[in-house]
Ligand binder design. Structure first.
Ligand code: PHE
Length: 457
């Protein structure tokens, strides 16, 4: 049973849905940490420069492929060139493997949000709280991460069940503006904390001594993840975009929101962290440690910390749920496209698969910690496999395919449809043909060496 291809109701719906996908935990916890590590302003500068060149080019390429082929990534590449059909299943694997563990992280966020709603923010400042949660130390149901993961994935599935316009789009249209307002409010409030100014300086003033090739590769990897590239999402969303819409303008606006929220996240987190930490930035950690262990303490130290914590975790929840709906929407598009089944059945299949893999990830630090994949706990393994290996490979091959086999004119024809001018056409051509493949090969090599333990950046 093949249903009629869904579409967004208009430009705003598309921009909000795509920005909803792009803005996620990457903006909120990874960006501030990387900026602190790689020299503040200099990292920000490099990031913005890469976002408007490299990121812009990859995003417009994927969206144009989606709109041109009106298909999921699974058959889009096949339609463009039989020899590159293998890129379909390769890119389809990425969202299918990310969705389960992303919902596990979403579950942790939901649990923290729940505690702040109950006014229990102080309990979260306990050093062992997070470790106890993820290792399932407490027998009570409310302390079990599988419960929170299940609620999170069920909310995601219900939204996606409603369809592209009534589900994905309408939720994003409400959550994204609220998310932006909350970001601005917390960022402004953070700046008023005594001692915050040292953190602002640390964040914004470039420290050139920390600039190296790692700054560029770090910024590159971050941008790639943050803009939801190379995971089939932008191809699926592109296939829902109306032919009349101006793709170039939309991509610029999506980027503006994504980068804007990342910059605000740095202002929300670094100044109060520095004030809390006696004027220095040492100890601002990567990954979950920052969000789930350090931030509750920082909030507790701030006046009205319970409210800031509540607002912050509402913001993180909105950011993660709009990203997870983009993942589930893409997965269902892939499965429905491949097996020619209905949307509902495709959602059910992905839901069951994700529940199984997600539960494994949930319990992989606790009761199931004897199950290791190449020495990694389940969640870490799927994270490394998708982000560090599959995504750069998919992006690299697709740039080579579009730049050197298909030809970029296919992309510009799509962008220029209905008389739109493709202002940054030359830039996109140079990026996709020459610069992106070099940067992507660099990311891939560094990530491989890092994960094999040969080299640490
Ligand atoms: N772009 C999201 C972020 O910045 C990450 C993401 C991953 C989104 C997977 C969707 C799917 O956090």
């Amino acid at each position: 049973m093949k249903e009629k291809k869904a579409s967004f109701s208009g430009k705003i719906g598309f921009i909000m849905a795509a920005a909803g996908s792009a803005v996620g935990v990457g903006n909120l916890w990874r960006f501030p940490y990387l900026a602190a590590k790689y020299g503040g302003g200099i990292f920000i500068l490099v990031y913005i420069l890469l976002a408007v060149t490299f990121g812009f080019s990859l995003m417009i390429m994927e969206i144009a492929i989606g709109r041109k082929t009106k298909s999921s990534c699974m058959s889009a590449y096949k339609k463009l060139n039989q020899k590159f059909a293998f890129l379909g299943p390769l890119s389809a694997l990425v969202p299918i493997l990310i969705l389960p563990f992303y919902c596990v992280i979403g579950g942790w966020v939901l649990k923290y949000l729940f505690e702040y709603i109950l006014g229990h923010g102080v309990a979260l400042t306990n050093d062992a709280y997070f470790t106890n949660l993820i290792t399932v130390q407490n027998g009570s149901l409310l302390e079990n991460p599988v419960l929170w993961f299940s609620i999170f994935i069920i909310i995601t599935a219900i939204i996606v069940m409603f369809g592209v316009q009534k589900g994905v789009e309408s939720v994003s249209k409400v959550m994204m503006p609220v998310l932006i307002v909350i970001s601005v409010v917390i960022a402004i409030y953070s700046l008023t904390i005594p001692g915050a100014i040292d953190g602002v300086k640390y964040y914004l003033i470039p420290d050139f001594s920390k600039f190296s090739i790692s700054t560029i590769l770090g910024a590159c990897g971050q941008m790639f993840f943050s803009m939801s590239l190379a995971m089939g999402i932008m191809i699926t969303y592109g296939s829902y975009v109306n032919d009349e819409d101006d793709l170039e303008k939309s991509v610029s606006q999506i980027e503006l929101i994504d980068t804007g929220v990342a910059l605000l996240a740095g202002l929300m987190i670094i100044p109060p962290f520095v004030a809390f930490n006696g004027g220095n930035v040492a100890g601002i950690e990567a990954g979950p440690g920052l969000m789930f262990e350090v931030l509750p303490k920082v909030f507790d130290f701030m006046p009205f910390g319970g409210i800031v914590g509540l607002l912050f975790f509402t913001l993180v929840f909105f950011a993660t749920i709009t990203s997870s709906i983009s993942l589930l929407e893409t997965c269902q598009d892939i499965i429905a496209d491949q097996f020619k089944i209905s949307r509902k059945l495709a959602i059910a299949i992905i839901f069951i698969f994700s529940c199984a893999l997600g539960t494994l990830c949930c319990l992989g630090y606790g009761p199931l910690d004897f199950i290791k994949f190449f020495g990694f706990a389940a969640l870490d393994f799927f994270d490394v496999l998708t982000n560090s290996i599959l995504m750069p490979i998919v992006a690299l091959i697709s740039c080579i395919f579009v730049g050197h086999v298909l030809g970029l004119d296919a992309i510009s024809e799509e962008v220029e449809k209905n008389g739109h001018k493709f202002g940054r056409k030359k830039l996109v051509y140079i990026m996709i043909k020459y610069i992106a493949p070099i940067l992507l090969a660099g990311i891939l090599i560094v990530e491989l060496l890092k994960n094999l333990g040969i080299f640490v950046l």
